[in-house]
Design a binder for this molecule. Structure first.
Ligand code: SAH
Length: 333
C-alpha cells in the first residue's frame, strides 16, 4: 500500500483547474482510481496515463515464455512492459528503453512498485536506434510501440497538443536537439513543403509551407491558427504537427537504423513486434521485414497487418491508426 501523503493540490481560480500544472489528478492518476475508471468507461484516456494498444494481439505474436529475455524499446507508461514482465516469470528479464527523461522515472517507479527488481527489470534512457550497441547479447523478444505516449500528448508544456496553448517544442527528449520552433526558423519554403509532403502526405504542402513561414510562430495555437487561416482543416493540423514531430525527433532515421540492426539483436527463433501509427512508419517496417524474409534473416513475417478489434476501437479511439507487424528470426542465418 502507498502510505505517502498525497501532495496538497495547487490553488486555482474557479471551479476546475484551467492549467495542466494545476491539475493535481493528472500528476498522480494511481491515487484516483474511481475517477480513472469513470474516464475509461467513457472511452477516454485518463490524463497522466497511457492505455497500451493491442496488448492481446502483441502477446499472441510474441508468445513470451518463462525465463525469456525481452526488450521493450518504447516503455512509455509501461503498459505492455507490465504484461510482458508477468509473462516471462519466473526467471525472465525485461530491458526497458525510452528517450523521454520526464516520464521514464515515473514509469520505472510504477513498475518497481509492482515488485519488479533491478535484476528482472532494467531501464535505459536512450534512443532505440542504438539497440544493437546497448545489448550485450541477442534476446528472445523485441517490442516497439512507435510514436508518442498519451502523457506526452496531453502535457501542453511539451508542445505535442494543438488543443491547448504551449511552446511549439515537440521533442520526446527536451534535453537534446532543437525544438520545432528552431526547426521552422532554419527551413525555407521548399524544404518545409517537402517535409510536410514526405512526413505526412500533406496535399496542400506548398500552400501550408508558405503560410507557416510568413509569420513568426512560437506556440502550438499560433501554428494551428495559421494552418486554419490558410484553409486547413483538422486533418491538415494533425498532419503538420505529425510532420514536424517526425523531423524534430528524427523518427524515420531512428526507425531505419533500428530495423537495419534488428537481426543482430534477435536470437535464433527470436520474435519482434512493431506497432506503427502512420504510413511512413508502416512502409518502413514492411520493407525491412520483406527483405529480411527474402534473404533468410526472418523465417516468417506478418504478410497482413494486424489491426485493433472493433471492441478496442470503441473503447480506445487512440488505437484508431495502429498497425501491428511481426517477424521471427530464422534458426540459422
Ligand atoms: N507501449 C507503451 C507506450 C509507448 S508510447 C505503453 O504500453 O505504455 C511511445 C514511447 O516511445 C514514448 O514514451 C516515446 O518517448 C518513446 N519513443 C519514441 N521514439 C523513441 C526512440 N527513438 N527511442 C526510444 N524511445 C522512443
Amino acid at each position: 500500500m502507498n502510505t505517502e501523503k498525497p501532495r496538497r493540490r495547487q490553488r486555482y481560480h474557479g471551479k476546475n483547474p484551467r492549467h495542466f500544472s494545476e491539475k493535481y489528478k493528472e500528476h498522480a492518476p494511481e491515487r484516483y482510481a474511481e475517477d480513472v475508471a469513470r474516464v475509461l468507461e467513457r472511452g477516454r484516456t485518463p490524463a497522466g496515463t497511457h492505455r497500451p494498444i493491442m496488448v492481446r494481439e502483441v502477446m499472441e505474436v510474441l508468445a513470451p515464455q518463462p525465463g525469456e529475455v525481452a526488450v521493450d524499446c518504447t516503455l512509455g507508461y509501461g503498459g505492455h512492459a507490465a504484461v510482458m514482465l508477468q509473462a516471462i516469470q519466473p526467471g525472465g528479464r525485461l530491458i526497458g528503453i525510452d528517450v523521454d527523461p520526464i516520464e521514464l522515472p515515473k514509469t520505472e517507479a510504477r513498475l518497481r512498485a509492482l515488485g519488479f527488481s533491478p535484476y528482472t527489470f532494467t531501464v535505459h534512457r536512450t534512443n532505440y536506434a542504438g539497440l544493437a550497441r546497448l545489448l550485450p547479447e541477442p534476446v528472445d523478444i523485441v517490442l516497439a510501440d512507435l510514436g508518442v505516449s498519451s502523457m506526452q500528448m496531453d502535457n501542453p508544456a511539451r508542445g505535442f497538443t494543438y488543443k491547448v496553448d504551449g511552446p511549439l517544442d515537440l521533442r520526446m527528449n527536451p534535453q537534446r536537439g532543437q525544438p520545432a520552433t528552431a526547426l521552422l526558423a532554419s527551413l525555407n519554403e521548399s524544404a518545409l513543403a517537402t517535409l510536410l509532403l514526405e512526413h505526412a502526405d500533406e496535399p496542400a504542402a506548398d500552400r501550408m509551407a508558405r503560410a507557416i513561414l510568413r509569420v513568426p510562430i512560437s506556440t502550438t495555437t499560433q501554428l494551428t491558427a495559421v494552418i486554419r487561416g490558410s484553409g486547413g482543416d483538422d486533418d491538415s493540423v494533425r498532419r503538420v504537427f505529425q510532420a514536424l514531430r517526425i523531423a524534430v525527433n528524427n523518427e524515420f532515421g531512428a526507425l531505419d537504423e533500428f530495423l537495419r540492426n534488428l537481426p543482430l539483436c534477435l536470437k535464433a527463433g527470436g520474435r519482434v513486434a512493431i506497432l506503427t501509427f502512420h504510413s511512413g512508419e508502416d512502409r518502413r517496417v514492411k520493407k525491412w521485414f520483406r527483405s529480411g524474409e527474402r534473404d533468410g534473416t526472418y523465417s516468417e513475417i506478418a504478410h497482413e497487418v494486424v489491426r485493433p478489434s472493433a471492441e478496442e476501437l470503441r473503447a480506445n479511439p487512440r488505437s484508431r491508426s495502429a498497425k501491428l507487424r511481426w517477424a521471427r528470426a530464422a534458426n540459422s542465418r
